[in-house]
Design a protein around this ligand. Structure first.
Ligand SMILES: O=P(O)(O)OC[C@H]1O[C@H](OP(=O)(O)OP(=O)(O)O)[C@H](O)[C@@H]1O
Ligand SMILES: Nc1ncnc2[nH]cnc12
Length: 181
């Protein structure tokens, strides 16, 4: 099995380490945290493809730098982050659960009451770095809908594995999964 997968996205090339996530599967690890060059190259490409929306929503952690840069380009004064644990400073959070391909166990997804109120009645773009099983984006969709938001777009830098066949998401490039024989 190869140890590195090379990806080109928005004119940037990255060598991604291939890591095992369970007995049968490896992924090419795409970590945008700290990668200013990649975030700043990909954010305008996603912005170009978005319909008109009022607010961007992501889940911590890896989606955060991307929505920051996208909201800045869109001249939006804020963006919304669903957290993966309940913090003492949250009031009556909306709570859901998610199992992503990297984590493979249940994680919480929580949205503070104030953020939920901000989303209510607004056109929302749900943004993530990668869409793979789709579980994370689906949990965010449920949270946005329970807050009274209207999901107008779902977008990511990469679609991994079968997610690349989805017609309901916006993405820039395909990322393969690596099955172990
Ligand atoms: O489509 P899915 O199978 O749900 O996978 C996609 C999700 O997995 C990763 O998050 P991760 O669980 O690694 O959390 P992190 O961003 O907090 O590191 C990624 O940032 C997406 O949110
Ligand atoms: N290949 C990948 N690298 C990092 N996070 C991910 N989440 C889903 N697929 C991923």
């Amino acid at each position: 099995m190869k140890k590195i997968y090379t990806i080109q996205v928005a004119g940037v090339t990255r060598e991604l380490p291939i890591v095992q996530v369970n007995d049968n599967l490896c992924i090419a690890s795409f970590v945008i945290l700290g990668d200013t060059e990649l975030v700043c190259a990909t954010a305008p490409e996603i912005v170009k493809r978005l319909p008109e929306v009022d607010i961007l929503v992501t889940a911590e952690a890896k989606g955060i730098p991307l929505v920051f840069e996208m909201s800045r380009l869109l001249k939006m004064p804020k963006y919304i982050v669903a957290r993966k644990s309940i913090k003492p400073y949250m009031n009556s959070p909306i709570i859901d659960e998610v199992v992503s391909i990297t984590t493979q166990k249940k994680q919480l997804l929580c949205l503070d009451e104030q953020d939920a109120a901000y989303i209510k009645g607004k056109k929302v773009a749900i943004i993530d770095d990668v869409i793979s099983t789709g579980d994370s984006i689906q949990a965010m969709e449920r949270i946005v809908e329970s807050s009274g938001g209207i999901v107008a777009a779902k977008a990511a830098i990469l679609a991994e594995g079968e997610a690349a066949n989805r017609k309901d998401i916006i993405f820039l490039e395909y990322l393969p999964l690596f099955e172990i024989e």
